[in-house]
Design a protein. Structure first.
Lengths: 246, 458
């Protein structure tokens, strides 16, 4: 149907607009989720470190290291946390979760620092480590290592789900738009066909009984107008410029 | 579930470790308390078990709850959560066998004031979470009279806050198979009674003797959990008394099997050139470490604590080996009960006789993996002594056993003769019955007393 060519650019335009929306939304989503989730995981790690620090003060003062280790072990079950260690105010390791031993990089680090630091531990992976002081640091420091691979995986999964949803909305939106465009094109095609018939032979009786004349929309009005004009011009032959091919 | 021929009427708990379907709210409350209580225990108020007013109950109400709980007209039910599966299953099995031998003897002779002693058993696989769930089930659903014969520090450490939470119920843990400090010290020391010597005493004994023969650079190989840390802390404290520090440390994860490699741990310790290594672990991992240490040329004394399960350790090292002597000649095993080979000890004679007579078996329902028990072992002897002392305590409760009277009954134990030449005493400030530590080495495929450290290792 040639009439549908009129909507070719419309469809393209719809697709382009939707594409831009999806692309920009996805980029924003990726940026937001990545930033927010990374910060969230870091804050979670800091909160856990603080919780351990607050809980372990009394335990440390009683030198109840088995209970301290038990406390640490429970927090290790939190997703994303790969290691925890607690050092005394003198830097001695009082509890930790490393197997088969404490990595050299951690042994050599500043144990009193609580600033977030990214670590790459051989054989273990990449981590962001946060710390929290125990009794303002006079009783030691708690350090929590979050596995960056796990965090990245979580972020990728969250982004993937959002982008997937946006893409589904894009496809549904485009298909729906095309359907609506086709819906609008159909009466125009019928009108075109009717106009062609009128141009060929405006005197045919069946031309006054076509369904399109009964339509109560612009196509119906135009069809009735075409018929009226055609009947007024009877005896002057076919309309000029109208070919049978059209 | 009736277990005829074993313990009269042992009942075996389900091994489904999922949350119980009944009394959910109570269980949730208890588990929530478990997560919170360990770290806030001191804020819950002081006072011994049964004496607290945590929920505002009157003393009479509290006593009313304890009367008849776990003790009916014809039986007293004891709750057990222990390792009957996994790489440490031998520990739970041996402890159970020894205890059962004595309880069978008691039941065969009329029980305690006419009541049979019944064990309600659950398997926790030496894992804390199942142990917590088992304990809640034993207390709230099975309503046992007391908890008995638990195995392991990581498990017991997590159960102690539950006992604190339910202190008005006067539920006590008797004679756990662990020498850790949490159940010996505030804030949880009031809820457990220990028979065996502590890990601090065991590690001090090892360190003192090693230092005495010139082995001052001592490293630790330990299980990375509460048990390992407890032993680590004991070694550290004992070394400090000699002006020394730990020469080095290496760790392994709980549940490690003998087939796993410990070469990395050995290499870490080789790097610090220790004079001796003290292992704080279970038998499978410690045997693996001893094997790899010898194979990699770390030929120094390797000491183990009593928890290791000496016979199981030895079996792993010698079974199927023609050259097993090289793997065992440098072993030193600390023990908290005398040698079961020493038949001059009355309790040992009684133990051997009752083990032979009853030959207790772990209920089949609890067996997931094959385990061949030993005719005699340090673990089963300890279980036997635990049971013997518990039976005496229950006798002292009189004809109407009430949990509220347990503490008083325990404290009435003064200079009690268990038959091992060491008197047992308890009191408000003494919640550990035995203090003595024994040291053994392997000779001719058996653990024998170590008398001369210098001659053996210098």
């Amino acid at each position: 149907m040639r009439i549908r060519r009129l909507f070719k650019w419309t469809r393209f335009g719809i697709f382009a607009v939707f594409g831009v929306i999806v692309l920009s939304t996805s980029v924003l989503c990726i940026y937001t989720v990545d930033t927010e989730l990374s910060a969230e995981y870091e804050i979670n790690a800091q909160n856990i470190a603080k919780t351990i620090a607050d809980s372990s003060a009394g335990i440390l003062l009683n030198q109840n290291l088995a209970t301290l280790q038990s406390l640490v072990d429970q927090f290790l079950a939190v997703q994303g946390i790969r290691y925890i260690y607690i050092t005394s105010e003198t830097g001695e390791f009082l509890a930790h979760t490393f197997v088969p031993g404490i990595p050299e990089e951690i042994l050599a680090s500043d144990h009193s620092s609580t600033e977030p630091v990214e670590r790459s531990l051989p054989g273990m992976g990449d981590f962001i480590e946060v710390g929290s002081p125990i009794l303002a640091g006079v009783a030691g420091t708690v350090h929590v290592g979050m596995d960056l691979d796990v965090v990245a995986l979580k972020i990728q999964r969250a982004i993937g789900q959002q982008v997937y949803l946006i893409c589904v909305i894009l496809v549904l939106g485009v298909l729906t738009s095309i359907w609506f465009v086709n819906l609008a094109a159909k009466p125009l095609a019928e009108l075109l066909a009717y106009a062609v018939d009128l141009a060929r032979d405006g005197e045919r009786d069946d031309l006054a009984e076509r369904e399109i004349l009964a339509r109560d929309d612009e196509a119906g009005h135009l069809a009735r107008l075409f018929l009226h004009v055609a009947r007024q011009g009877t005896g002057r032959g076919s309309a000029p410029g109208v070919t049978s091919q059209e | 579930m009736s277990m005829e021929g074993s313990f009269g009427q042992d009942s075996v708990g389900s091994e489904d470790w999922g949350p119980p379907v009944t009394r959910k709210s109570l269980m949730r409350g208890g588990l929530a308390a478990l997560l919170v209580a360990p770290w806030t225990a001191s804020s819950l108020g002081a006072g011994g078990a049964g004496g607290g007013q945590e929920s505002g109950d009157s003393e009479a109400e509290a006593q009313g709850r304890t009367q008849g709980a776990g003790a009916t007209g014809d039986e007293i039910v004891l709750g057990v959560s222990a390792a009957f599966s996994g790489p440490s299953r031998g520990l739970g099995a041996e402890l159970y066998r020894g205890a059962t031998a004595y309880f069978n003897h008691v039941n065969d002779n009329g029980g305690i004031e006419g009541r049979r002693l019944t064990l309600k058993l659950y398997d926790d696989g030496y894992q804390p979470d199942p142990c917590v769930q088992n304990t809640m089930r034993l207390m709230l659903e099975d309503k046992v009279f007391l908890l008995f014969g638990y195995v392991g520090t990581p498990t017991v450490t997590r159960v102690l806050p539950i006992l604190k939470k339910f202190q008005n119920e006067s539920i006590f843990l008797f004679f756990p198979f662990t020498g850790a400090q949490p159940q010996r010290e505030p804030p949880y020391g009031d809820f457990a009674f220990n028979l065996r010597a502590s890990y601090n005493q065991e590690t001090a004994g090892l360190v003192d003797n090693l230092v005495r023969i010139g082995k001052r650079r001592i490293a630790v190989f330990y299980q990375i959990d509460a048990y390992g840390r407890s032993g680590w802390a004991g070694v550290r404290a004992a070394l400090a008394k000699h002006g020394e520090k730990l020469a080095g440390e290496a760790t392994y994860s709980r549940g490690e099997k003998f087939t796993g490699s410990m070469r990395k741990q050995v290499e870490i310790l080789q790097g610090v050139s220790p004079d001796a290594v003290i292992c704080v672990g279970a038998y499978a991992a410690c045997a693996g470490f001893a094997r790899d240490a010898v194979d990699l040329g770390l030929n120094v004394p390797i000491a183990n604590l009593s928890f290791v399960g000496s016979e199981n350790l030895l079996k792993l090292l010698v079974e199927g080996r023609l050259d097993s002597e090289k793997y065992t000649r440098l072993l030193i095993n600390s023990q908290v009960v005398p040698s079961y080979e020493d038949t001059s000890i009355p309790a040992v004679r009684e133990y051997r006789e009752l083990m032979a007579r009853h030959d207790p078996k772990v209920p089949e329902e609890l067996i997931q993996e094959e385990y061949t028990p030993f005719p005699h072992s340090f673990g089963s002897l300890e279980g036997f002594l635990n049971a013997k002392l518990l039976a005496e305590i229950l006798r002292r409760l009189g004809p109407n056993p009430d949990r509220a009277g347990l503490e008083e009954a325990v404290f009435s134990i003064r200079d009690f003769d268990l038959g091992i030449s060491e008197q047992v005493s308890f009191g408000p400030d003494r919640r550990q019955g035995l203090q003595r530590v024994y040291h053994t080495v392997v000779d001719n495929g058996r653990f024998v007393p170590l008398d001369d450290w210098g001659a053996r290792f210098a």
